[in-house]
Design a protein around this ligand. Structure first.
Ligand code: 13P
Ligand code: SF4
Length: 331
C-alpha cells in the first residue's frame, strides 16, 4: 500500500531533526522499557538497528514473533508489508514503522486490482502469495509463504491442485524446479535480487577460488544455477555457521552479513557484486530506517500502521494458515 504525501502527513511521517549529541542507544532502550515495546528487526536492517533489536530474523520468524509477543507496541524495523503483517496478526497492538515510505519493489509489482483480474482467468486455482505483498493482496490469497517455508506450503496442496504463485517470478521458478509443480506465476521481482552480476561474481570467484557462492531464492535463475546453497536469510546464516568453508560470496541484501560476521568472526564474507557501478547491494527500502527514525517513532508512537478492518478480517486467514503449516513442519 503506498501513501500520498497528505496521507503520510496525517499518519505522522516524522521529519524532525534529532539532537546529534543524544545517546540514541540509551534513549531507545529507555523507551522500550517505558512503553513495553518490542523491536523486531529484519536481517536487512543496518547493523546498529540489528544490535538494539529484541528479535532479529527472517520474514517467517518475524511473523511468528509478531503473533506471539505480549508487548503493547511492536516497532517494526523492516518494510511496510512486514509491519502490515504484524498488524494483521496482532490487530489489538500498536504497530509502528520508523519510515512509512519503506516499501518493497516486489510488493509494488503486484497491484491487487490487476491481480484480481489475473486470478479470474484461473477460477479453480488456489493462490499462494509470498509474504512480500500488500495486505490487500493477502485478501486474495489462500496461503502466504516466506522463503523458509515456501516448499512446505506448495506441497501442502494436493498434487493435482492448480496453484497461482505471486508476486515473485524468481522464487516461483525455483519452486517449480524444487517441487515439480506446474505453478502459474505472476511476473514480479525484487529490485535487489535481480541486479547481481554474473560476470562480476565470476571474477570474484576467480580471485577467491575457495569462496562458496550462496544465494537467496529471489535471485535470478542464472545466479541460482551457480550457487552451492540456496536459502532464505535464516537458511543462509545457518549454512555459513555450519559449513566448513571459510569464505562466502553472499547473493542477497548485504545487511545479513552483519549476523554472519558476528556468528563466524573467523570467516570472510563477500557481498555479491551488483550489475551497476554502485559498490553496494543494499535494499533502499529496508535502509530507509535509521536509528534517528527509530528513536523518533518510539518517542512519538508514530507513524502507526492502520489497516481497514475488512483487510485484516479477509487477509489474516492466509497468514494464519501459513503459520499453522510451518508449525506442523517444525519451522
Ligand atoms: P526472508 O526474510 O524470508 O529471507 O526474505 C528476504 C526478503 O526479501 C525480505 O524482504
Ligand atoms: Fe522488497 Fe527486495 Fe527490499 Fe526485500 S530486498 S524489501 S523483497 S525490495
Amino acid at each position: 500500500m503506498s501513501y500520498t504525501q497528505t496521507q503520510l502527513d496525517k499518519l505522522g511521517h516524522l521529519d524532525i531533526e534529532v539532537d546529534p549529541t543524544l545517546d540514541l542507544v540509551a534513549e531507545i532502550t529507555r523507551l522500550k522499557k517505558e512503553k513495553n515495546a518490542i523491536i523486531l528487526a529484519h536481517y536487512y536492517q543496518e547493523s546498529e538497528i540489528q544490535d538494539i533489536a529484541d528479535y532479529i530474523g527472517d520474514s517467517l520468524g518475524l511473523s511468528q514473533m509478531a503473533a506471539s509477543t505480549d508487548a503493547d507496541i511492536i516497532v517494526f524495523a523492516g518494510v511496510h508489508f512486514m509491519a502490515e503483517t504484524a498488524k494483521m496478526l496482532s490487530p489489538e497492538k500498536k504497530v509502528l514503522l520508523p519510515d512509512l515510505k519503506a516499501g518493497c519493489s516486489l510488493a509494488d509489482s503486484c497491484p491487487p486490482h490487476l491481480f484480481r483480474k489475473f486470478k479470474e482467468r484461473y477460477p479453480n486455482h488456489k493462490v499462494v502469495s509470498y509474504i512480500n505483498c500488500t495486505a490487500e493482496l493477502k485478501t486474495l490469497t489462500d496461503v502466504c509463504c516466506t522463503s523458509t517455508n515456501a516448499v512446505n506450503i506448495i506441497e501442502s496442496f494436493p498434487e493435482d491442485q492448480g496453484i497461482i504463485f505471486a508476486p515473485d517470478r524468481n522464487l516461483g521458478a525455483y519452486l517449480i524446479k524444487k517441487t515439480g509443480r506446474d505453478l502459474v506465476l505472476w511476473n514480479g521481482t525484487c529490485m535487489v535480487h535481480e541486479i547481481f552480476s554474473n560476470e562480476k561474481i565470476t571474477k570474484l570467484q576467480i580471485r577467491h577460488p575457495e569462496a562458496v557462492l550462496i544465494a537467496h531464492p529471489e535471485c535470478e535463475q542464472h545466479i541460482l544455477d551457480k550457487a552451492v546453497y540456496i536459502g532464505s536469510t535464516s537458511g543462509l546464516l545457518k549454512f555459513t555457521k555450519e559449513s566448513e568453508a571459510t569464505e562466502f560470496i553472499v547473493a542477497t541484501e548485504a545487511g545479513i552479513i552483519h549476523q554472519m560476521e558476528l556468528a563466524s568472526p573467523e570467516k570472510t564474507f563477500f557481498p555479491a557484486p551488483p550489475n551497476n557501478t554502485c559498490a553496494c547491494n543494499d535494499c533502499p527500502h529496508m535502509k530507509r530506517n535509521t536509528m534517528e527514525k527509530l528513536y523518533l517513532c518510539m518517542k512519538h508512537e508514530l507513524p502507526e500502521i492502520i489497516l481497514p478492518e475488512w483487510v485484516i478480517e479477509e487477509g489474516v486467514a492466509s497468514i494464519d494458515r501459513m503459520l499453522e503449516i510451518s508449525a506442523k513442519a517444525g519451522l
